[in-house]
Ligand binder design. Sequence first.
Ligand code: WT7
Length: 655
Amino acid sequence: MSTDEKMAALLTEGRVFPPPDSFVENANARDKTLYENAEKDYEGFWADQAKELHWFRPWDKVLEWEVPFSKWFVGGKTNICYNCVDRHIKGALRNKAAIIWEGEAPEQQRVLTYWDLYREVNKFADVLKNQFKIDKGDRVTIYMPMIPELVIAMLAVVRIGAAHSIIFGGFSPESIKDRILDSQSKVVITADGGYRNGQVLQLKRNVDEALAGNDTPVTDVIVVRNMQYHMDIEINEDRDSWYHRVMRKANHFVPAAELDSEDLAFLLYTSGTTGKPKGIMHTTGGYLTGVHYSTKYVFDLKPEDVFWCTADIGWITGHSYITYGPLSNGATVVMYEGAPSYPDKDRFWHIIEKYGVTVFYTAPTAIRTFMRWGEKFPQRRNLSTLRLLGTVGEPINPEAWMWYYKNIGHERCPVVDTWWQTETGAIMVAPLPGVIPTKPGSATLPLPGYDVAVVDKDGHPVKRGEGGLLVVRKPWPSMLRGIYGDPDRYYETYWKKFGNLYFTGDGAKIDRDGYLWLLGRVDDVINVSGHRIGTMEVESACVDFPSVSEAAVIGIPHEIKGQAIVAFVTIKDGVAHTLDLIEEIESHVVEKIGAIARPEKIFITAELPKTRSGKIMRRLLRDIANGKVLGDTTTLADPKVVEELKQKYESEESS
Ligand code: WT7
């Protein structure tokens, strides 16, 4: 199906699922009170949410807003780590599991109670502060596999008022290097290696490569021994320290710093429309308020829940819904290191059965993979503890939604499709599962406290039944505070288009009931398996290959991944078009960015369609790759180029 056909199919979706009575009975939100309160008094509503956290000092003012910069809970003092850990060890949660960790190799398991977590975090905070001299405001880069030490490290960093910059373990040395330079981190925390899909990730080696050369700001690397004795790594005595050694010398208590609500908590790099990733800045009080609130009401979390979010902590989903949101709500979190198919395709369902997971959160791309594998895998396991399901990362097609609802939730569990972004910090559009009837394929309505709208190109709201651009009209507590080191780009990217509205980069349609149907990105960003990749980034990586002269990258619909990357490249004179060349370019892109950026297809062409002013017309390339009739070609310098390209592409596709 083409995108247009898919959209048409989506919008005739008529099924509605009201919240089941059994769910409503015990839900944290059972009626429209939150919506009404937020409507009546926006700032008062958010103040009420923030009051659920511990503040060392109350704020003087809820919000200061001067487009595009907001400050929330001004003058208030708090600490994210204190709220996620210290707060819970004083009462009944002290000896309850905070993290249940499951390794990829079966039967590998570790449980940390809140008290255990408290002790480890304190020790590591002391290590950072007293052995490595990390001060308030310093940036610390973390490049780790999905192991408990990653959660310990991030909590320790925010405990002492430093800011973390976590890099997903799938990124290449060059990507690590760029992010370290941009953030000017003094310390990197990593592990010797990690497991994924039965393979070993060379984490320490990648860090070594990223730090080679003398322009690095990094003075120290702390290495967790994760692979026991199975892995040889190089240790540079002047720079590297083993985590377990430094932990032996640590003090057992470091007070949580009384931070300003607006102190930087972390940077998280995400792809944009230029080749350079953006360091999205999140601060302390507002961010935690946003994730605490959404976890409590969208996931309906209570201390007795066992919550499993399958994301990697290297992405915002993992930051907000593995670590900060669930822990600040005192839940028990399942953390799984590995792949869904290892050793067999029922691994996720096995984990749900083994630990009695009650709330499960995953991505549409994973659901489509499970659909393809077939029902027999979930049928092998007892999934009766589940009471709520969630999805995130990309639009979910109604078939996948229904499959999830039936085969995982057994038609008993509400499904919450949650729309949000790295920049929004927390979920913004999703149903409150005990209040809002769901429709397969729709993220439903903005949560209470969020003014999300669909507008036309002039910023006017579209009528119900129409489509347009998704924007946010009022500031919100967990909104990004900017792009690290680049305030102009912050304005350009999100605010310039409308002046006083935050532009999400997404298209959406609003239906008769006011429900939102997300339609994907409208900018030069591709969403592959729920991960954002800038077309420019992939283009620069292609062009960086010696024999490539030009590249144009687009996204095409993909059955499992949502979208896939297609690169059209021209090569320098005298270079032969061989299959090897295609493979070499492909490997080069992976080497430059990481495996997530691997093109699905590289198409070598003599010329790219360009306007008379020399701009590559990606729109026409998208038409070609989608098998569509070519759009307007009148602005082309040479219309023949695109006709020939279309013919060649189609003959290659059919061969
Ligand atoms: C982009 C943000 C924060 C979640 C992980 C991705 C797309 C995200 C949905 C959804 C339709 C969605 C949007 C958004 N997206 N969730 N439920 N329905 N689209 O975070 O890398 O910051 O990407 O993911 O296009 O802009 P991200």
